[in-house]
Design a protein around this ligand. Sequence first.
Ligand code: OKS
Ligand code: ZN
Length: 344
Amino acid sequence: MLTFHSELTKLRRARTELDGGLLVTPYECPERVELVLARVLESGLGEVREPAEHGLAPVLAIHDRDYVEFLENCWDDWVAAGRKGEAIAWVWPTRTMPGRVIPEHIDGRLGHYALGADTSICEGTFEAAMASKDVALSAVDHVLATGQPAFGLCRPPGHHAAIDQFGGYCFFNNAAIAAQRALAAGRSRVAVLDIDFHHGNGTQQIFYARDDVLFLSLHGDPRHCFPHFLGHADETGEGSGEGFTVNYPMAPGTGYATWVTALEDAKTRIVEAGCELLVVSLGVDAYEHDPISAFRLASDDFTDVGLRLGQLGLPTVFLLEGGYAVEEIGINAVKVLSGFDGVG
Ligand code: OKS
Ligand code: ZN
C-alpha cells in the first residue's frame, strides 16, 4: 500500500516532557518517523509519496478557530513573555474553579487549551502539526479516489486532540480530520477504529453527539491509564450519537487473546453500522515492550491485527498515533499494514 510522509513533520523537536516529576526528553520524537519510514522502505510495502498542502479549512471543520490561533501563536507569545524553557501548562480551570473567561496571559491560555502538562509546545510545533494533518488528508484522499488502502505516517499524533484542546502529544486530530474529509466527499458513515493503547478521548469528544462517525476504541482502562478521565465502557454517545461511541477499556497486562476478542466485536459493529470507510488510529503502543504502555501484544500479533482488519473489505486509511522509542515501532506498524495487504 502507499505511504504518505513529510519531512516537515520533524519540525517539532521538543526538549522537555513532564514525566514522573522529571523533565525528560520526549518519547514522541522525530526519530519515530525515521524508524517507521526506514521499515516501510526496507519491507517493500509500497511507494512513499509527499502529501499535498491542504491549508486550514479541513482543520477548521473539526477544531475551533480560537484554538488553532492559539497553537499558531503560542510559541511566540511564550517567548515574548520572556520565558526560558518550553511552553508547559501548569494552571487549569478545575471542578471547583471552572473557567468562564478565556484568559489573556499565556499561562492562563495554556491551561485553557491543554488537557495535561505532559506536552510542551516548542518552535515548529504548529508547522509539524500542519504537516501531520496534510499527511492524513492526502492518505484519505488517495483512499477516496482509488478505494485502495493508504498509510499516513502522521506525527505528531492526533487522537487526544479535542475540538479545542491539545495534550498527550497531540495537537490536530488527524483521524477526525480525515473522517470528516470522507464525509465531505460523500460517504454517509465512517468508522474510526482506535487501536492505540491510550483512549482516543479527542476523537470521542469530537463525534460524541453524531451518528455519521462510529468511534470505537480499544485501550487501557482509564482507572489506571492515561488520559484517566474518559474512555469508560458506559460512554456510548449522546443524542443522535447514542450507540456510535464504543469503548473497550481493558486492564493493564491484557494480552492478545482478550484484546482480539474486543477487536472482533468492534469489527461486527462496524459492519452492522454500514460504515463505508475505515480510519484506523494506528498506535502500536499496545506492544509488550512499549516504554509507556501496559498491554502485552507480541510483535507477530500485529500481523494478525492487519489480517483481521483486511477481512472487513472496506476502503481503509491507517494513520500513525503512538508507539515509542524502540525499533519495533517501525516493525510493528509495518506488520499491521503488510498483514492487511495479505502479505504478512
Ligand atoms: C506523561 C505521559 C503521558 C502519556 C501520553 C500518552 C501518549 C500516547 N509523561 N497516546 O496515544 O501514546
Ligand atoms: Zn498511545
